[in-house]
Design a protein around this ligand. Structure first.
Ligand SMILES: Nc1ncnc2c1ncn2[C@@H]1O[C@H](COP(=O)(O)OP(=O)(O)O)[C@@H](O)[C@H]1O
Ligand SMILES: [Mg+2]
Length: 140
């Protein structure tokens, strides 16, 4: 699944609800922000952390939060593509969330990444006012 929509529309919240439901039913869910994931990919590549690779690849669900917030480098682009492709080939489940619009995904990422994100994921657009701001206003 790919959750996309503006900031504060509840993407992280719903991702955590999905994760909790699965965890409560005995599934292994791993949550990473995209920054944390890129850091992990670096550790796998340079420190040969195979246990970490196994966890990220073979968990029942990997939640990747805030795609688009990371610094785009050649390393992140290559490693993220390889990782995404490996997961898709093995038919492993992922839940990606992003503040980027679909056109921005195509703009920010190479075609081979954006084509997979837009073509292989179920796309869910999040609509609402910024709930974070609404909650803050209610408190006042
Ligand atoms: N369905 C919901 N019911 C109540 N509060 C929600 C709901 N969805 C999100 N929130 C709250 O709104 C705020 C923003 O949600 P968040 O998931 O962080 O948004 P996003 O990840 O899209 O930026 C958080 O404080 C969150 O707890
Ligand atoms: Mg979020």
């Amino acid at each position: 699944m790919l959750f996309y929509g503006d900031s504060g529309t509840g993407k992280t919240f719903l991702s955590c609800c999905v994760a909790k439901e699965l965890l409560d039913n005995g599934y292994l869910v791993v949550y990473r922000t995209i920054d944390e994931l890129i850091k992990d990919l670096r550790e796998i590549r340079f420190e040969n952390n195979y246990n970490l690779e196994d966890l990220l690849i073979n968990c029942d669900l990997l939640v990747i939060d805030d795609l688009g917030a990371e610094q785009l480098t050649e390393f992140s682009a290559t490693e993220f593509f390889n990782f995404l492709n490996k997961k898709l080939l093995k038919k492993k489940k992922m839940l990606v969330s992003t503040n980027l619009s679909l056109p921005d995904i195509s703009k920010n990422y190479s075609e081979r990444i954006s084509s997979r994100l837009l073509g292989n994921f179920k796309l869910y657009k999040f609509y609402s006012e910024d709930i974070r701001i609404q909650l803050n206003l209610k408190r006042k």
